[in-house]
Design a protein around this ligand. Structure first.
Ligand SMILES: *Cc1c(COP(=O)(O)O)cnc(C)c1O
Length: 377
């Protein structure tokens, strides 16, 4: 089944005999047992719920994983994932991670005794000297947020081959429609389903996808124990969102390419970061490991005043956090997504007062460019 077909048909509902085309919302906390020691397969919705299970099967199929687990948010998924590790374990992570992941690692994981080494994983030679028997995971995000750096996933796998190290990949930006990290060697995939998967800026959700049965079982035990599961209604919404994932990803990417090329011609724009530009440093790796570049653009302008003016003047594009929805959103990483990252770290990564991040939606590219043109003044 091709990815666009899979988005719609990969997890047909098999819980009813009604012929329902849309998955029913099983708004039930608990399920009655047919007899002592018997179960319908569902006991209590924290353990499993048919609507959530449907969303999980769909995402597992799209990613080519053994199984997927659906969470109330992307951060709940990552927090659950971190329970795989014990005090003293070391994790090597991309330095330009989603700001919330850095906040989790620095404030909760470190407190729990984990050691996190941040490196630029687009240059894997930086990981090599850090590898030790204590290293338990390599956590990558590609492309990164907001600097759009690309990590070579197969090369990352090669680097840790033969060691007891999990390759974890946050695939939120590309989604399974454009990239399948498990096929490239990842052991666990992370998704903020809030973004492209749900796709309409109306639902929070997260997923973990496990490459094998043993990891799936360990993660399910932690999920059932800690409890940050996705509700039946939100599972329905993300399932519905995924039905149009292919169309949305293609249109948003097409818009992003048009906008990135236009931004480059603007006198007040000093740099454009978009993986789909052939001179982007990650372009070549990206064409090898993904079927698309996504629709996230970061760009710098000539001054902080221009950056602030753009945020205040956009009309069609909304000045809001988040990404991956049908609506185009513009973000100011300095005060929003990366507000909690220490200033020195932030500046070292190029996240300064002149940087803006654009999540391109599926409106008309012409209208979006007209809005940016008036906002840039
Ligand atoms: C948003 C995001 C998260 C966190 O997901 P929430 O659903 O907001 O909790 C994690 N990783 C990436 C790349 C994200 O964009």
């Amino acid at each position: 089944m091709k990815p666009d077909t899979a988005c719609i048909h990969a997890a047909r509902d098999n819980t009813t005999s009604t012929g329902t085309v849309a998955v029913p919302i099983y708004q039930s906390a608990t399920f009655a047992h047919p007899g002592v020691g018997q179960s319908t397969g569902y006991d209590y919705s924290r353990s499993q719920n048919p609507t959530r299970e449907h969303a999980e099967k769909l995402v597992a199929a799209l990613e080519g994983g053994f199984g997927a687990l659906a969470f109330s948010t992307g951060m709940a998924a990552i927090a659950t994932l971190m329970e795989l590790f014990s005090p003293g374990d070391e994790i090597i992570a991309t330095d330009d991670l989603y700001g919330g992941s850095i906040r989790l690692f620095d404030n909760l994981s470190k407190k729990n005794g984990l050691v996190i080494h941040y490196i630029d994983t687009s240059d894997l030679s930086q990981a090599e000297p850090l590898l030790s028997p204590k290293t338990k995971a390599l956590f990558i995000e590609s492309p990164t947020n907001p600097m759009m750096k690309v990590t070579d996933i197969s090369a990352a796998k090669k680097l840790i081959a033969g060691r007891d190290i999990l390759l974890i990949c946050d695939n939120t930006f590309l989604t399974p429609y454009f990239c399948n990290p498990i096929a490239l060697g990842a052991d666990i995939i992370v998704h903020s389903g809030t973004k492209y998967l749900a796709g309409h800026n109306d639902t929070l959700c997260g997923f973990l996808v496990a490459a094998n049965a043993a990891l799936d079982e360990r993660l399910r035990f932690i999920q059932k124990t800690s409890g940050a599961v996705l509700s039946p209604f939100d599972a329905f919404l993300v399932t519905r969102g995924i039905k149009t994932l292919a169309l949305r990803m293609e249109k948003a990417q097409q818009n992003a390419a048009a906008i990135a090329n236009w931004l480059r011609t603007q006198p007040k724009v000093t740099k454009v970061y978009f993986v789909g530009l052939p001179d982007h440093e990650g372009y070549e790796i990206s064409t090898r490991q993904a079927r698309g570049f996504g629709s996230m653009i970061s760009f710098t302008v000539d001054s902080e005043e221009t950056a602030r003016a753009v945020l205040e003047r956009v009309k069609l594009i909304l000045f809001a956090e988040s990404l991956g929805g049908v609506e185009s959103l513009i973000t100011y990483p300095v005060t929003q997504t990366h507000a909690d990252v220490p200033e020195a770290d932030r500046l070292a990564r190029g996240i300064d007062e002149k940087l803006l991040r654009l999540s391109v939606g599926i409106e008309s590219a012409e209208d979006l460019i007209a809005d940016l043109a008036q906002a840039l003044g």
